[in-house]
Ligand binder design. Structure first.
Ligand SMILES: NC(=O)c1ccc[n+]([C@@H]2O[C@H](COP(=O)([O-])OP(=O)(O)OC[C@H]3O[C@@H](n4cnc5c(N)ncnc54)[C@H](OP(=O)(O)O)[C@@H]3O)[C@@H](O)[C@H]2O)c1
Length: 244
C-alpha cells in the first residue's frame, strides 16, 4: 500500500480525501490536532473493509520545531511516503486594516510556512526513496480575490508559487508537484457565509452550483495516480466554473 499523508484530514475536504484514498488502495495517514467523530466513524469502517488503510496521527502543524521528528517517525513506522497532500489550513476572514498582527502571523504560519516545512522533510525522503507526489491545496481565491480574505488569499496564492518552483526543482528526481484550486465548498470553514451570499456565489458559477468535496478529492486522487505521471507544476481548478 502506498502511504499518503493528508494534513487536515479530520473534517471537510481532508476527510473526504482520506476516505477516498483508503477506498482506492492507499494507506492514508491523517494529520490533525484532534480526532473527530466523523474520522472515527470513517476509520472504523475502513478497518472493517480495508484494514490498515487509514491512520490518524494527532499533531499541531503550527509546531514547526517538531515537524522533522514527525516525518522521521512516520517514515520509520509506516515506510516510504509516496504522497503528501497539504490540505490543512484555516480560513480566518476580516478587513486587513482591522486584523490583529497575531492573526495574520497565525494564518501564514499554518497555511504557508507549515506546509512548506513539512514538504521539505517529506521530499527529502521521497528523493531517497525514488520519487513521490505532492499535492498542495490552494484556492481560486489565490487568483481571483475576495473582500475580507486578503491574508487568506495571499497564503493560497503562495501555495501556487511554491508548487510551480518546487516542481521544477524535484522533477528529475521523480517527484511530481501540483496544486488544486477548489472553489467554494460546503465545509466547517465556510459555515459563517450567509445563505444569501452562498446563493449568489453559486448562481454566478458557469454550472450554477458549487463544487463538492468529493469532486476535489477525486481530482486529488487523479494527481496521485498513474494517469497523471506526466503532469507536474500545474494548478487544477475544481470550482463548477466559478472562474470560467
Ligand atoms: N471550504 C472551501 O470553500 C474551500 C475553498 C477553497 C479551498 N479550500 C481549502 O481546502 C482545504 C480544506 O478546507 P476545509 O474547508 O476542508 O477546512 P476545515 O473543514 O476547516 O478543516 C480544516 C482541517 O485542518 C485541520 N487543522 C486546522 N488547524 C490545524 C493545525 N494547527 N494542525 C493540524 N491540523 C489542523 C483541522 O483539524 P483540527 O482542527 O482537529 O486540527 C481540519 O481537519 C484548505 O486548504 C482550504 O484553504 C477550502
Amino acid at each position: 500500500m502506498h502511504n499518503v499523508i493528508v494534513t487536515g484530514g479530520s473534517r471537510g475536504l481532508g476527510l473526504c480525501i482520506a476516505r477516498r484514498l483508503s477506498a482506492e488502495g492507499y494507506r492514508a495517514i491523517v494529520i490533525a490536532r484532534q480526532m473527530s467523530d466523523q474520522l472515527a466513524g470513517t476509520m472504523a469502517h475502513a478497518e472493517q473493509f480495508r484494514p490498515g488503510s487509514l491512520h490518524f496521527v494527532p499533531f499541531d502543524l503550527c509546531d514547526l520545531q517538531n515537524i522533522p521528528n514527525l516525518v522521521k517517525t512516520l517514515h520509520n513506522t509506516a515506510g516510504p511516503i509516496y504522497g503528501l497532500v497539504n490540505n490543512a489550513a484555516m480560513g480566518l476572514d476580516g478587513a486587513l486594516a482591522m486584523m490583529p498582527n497575531a492573526q495574520i502571523e497565525r494564518l501564514i504560519l499554518l497555511n504557508t510556512i507549515s506546509p512548506i516545512v513539512l514538504t521539505k522533510y517529506v521530499v527529502r525522503h521521497m528523493m531517497a526513496d525514488g520519487g513521490g507526489r505532492v499535492v498542495n491545496v490552494a484556492s481560486i481565491l489565490g487568483f481571483t480575490g475576495y473582500s475580507g480574505l486578503s491574508v487568506y488569499g495571499a497564503t493560497k496564492a503562495s501555495m501556487i508559487g511554491f508548487t510551480r518552483s518546487l516542481a521544477r526543482e524535484v522533477g528529475t528526481l521523480g517527484i511530481n508537484v501540483n496544486a488544486i484550486a477548489p472553489g467554494f465548498m460546503d465545509t466547517d470553514m465556510t459555515q459563517s457565509l450567509e445563505s444569501e451570499h452562498r446563493e449568489k456565489v453559486a448562481r454566478r458559477s458557469a454550472l450554477g452550483r458549487f463544487a463538492e468535496v468529493e469532486d476535489v478529492a477525486g481530482a486529488i486522487e487523479f494527481l496521485l495516480g498513474p494517469k497523471s505521471k506526466n503532469i507536474t507544476g500545474t494548478v487544477l481548478t475544481v470550482d463548477a466554473g466559478a472562474t470560467a
